[in-house]
Design a protein. Structure first.
Length: 253
């Protein structure tokens, strides 16, 4: 996709949304207020993942009142597919995935951009490590998350402490290099994205954040656990076959 200089913005915030009529208004208000105080040019791209509630109506109303908000409608295929569609359509030099529940304190976003962040291709929010903080998370949810991360590290991503946090920043070049190879539409898409980035030698950094548990999470270990494990095994197999190798020229600093 080619764009003129006038089309580019500094930051795109991509918000995948499936039936988020309750949480989306507050999230959009917080994003607009924060971004409006920064010195960046920006856009918010709401990717409606085939919602059947009032998500599209709320998104359209926000877009009609703010020219930097865009609504992108997609058929319902899962969060991974919505993220892929939004990031590839975005216009930012930097492109940020933001969960619709805004469980990361919005002020943390500045830490994912230069000059605060060190050089990177992919910067991922991390809820692990001494500098990270989890607020209000039940012990059983934390245990489930750590078990999945342990599996992800053993099978596909050794050394990545938190692959599943819903807040990640990509450079435009990283999006163009990674996402044509992404095949997972469901919850394990984060693992595949990072496995591709690692296979291509991209710089991945983890940024410890303050993260607030939201009870409305749709992930169910009983319903989704087997499918996620199956996807991890498929990702490992694809990585071992070299499917995720370099596909695009990249400028290296």
């Amino acid at each position: 996709m080619s764009m003129s200089g006038a089309d580019w913005v500094t930051l795109s915030v991509v918000v995948p949304a499936f039936n988020e009529e309750r949480r989306l208004p507050g999230t959009l208000a917080a994003l607009r207020e924060f971004l409006g105080r920064q010195g960046w040019t920006w856009e918010i791209r709401i990717v409606d993942d085939g919602s059947i509630d009032g998500t599209a109506r709320i998104a359209d109303a926000a877009a009609s009142s703010e020219r930097s908000i865009h609504v992108q409608r997609e058929p319902h295929r899962g969060k991974g597919a919505a993220v892929k569609a939004g990031l590839t359509a975005a216009r930012g030099e930097f492109r940020f995935i933001c969960d619709a529940d805004l469980s990361m304190a919005i002020g943390e976003l500045s830490r994912f951009l230069p000059p605060v962040a060190p050089p990177f291709d992919v910067a991922i929010g991390s809820r692990e490590g001494a500098a990270a903080r989890r607020v209000g998370e039940p012990a059983y949810r934390h245990l489930i998350g750590r078990l999945f991360n342990y599996s992800a590290q053993r099978l596909a991503l050794p050394g990545i402490e938190d692959s599943q946090c819903g807040f990640k920043m990509f450079t435009a070049a990283a999006v163009q290099s990674i996402f044509p190879l992404v095949t997972v539409d469901g919850w394990a898409f984060d693992v595949e994205v990072l496995a591709i980035a690692r296979a291509q030698g991209l710089r991945i950094i983890e940024i410890p954040i303050e993260w607030h548990y939201r009870q409305e999470s749709r992930l169910s270990i009983l319903r989704d656990g087997y499918g996620m494990l199956r996807e991890l095994l498929r990702i490992r197999a694809r990585a071992r076959r070299g499917v995720y190798g370099v596909t695009a020229d990249r400028h290296k600093a």
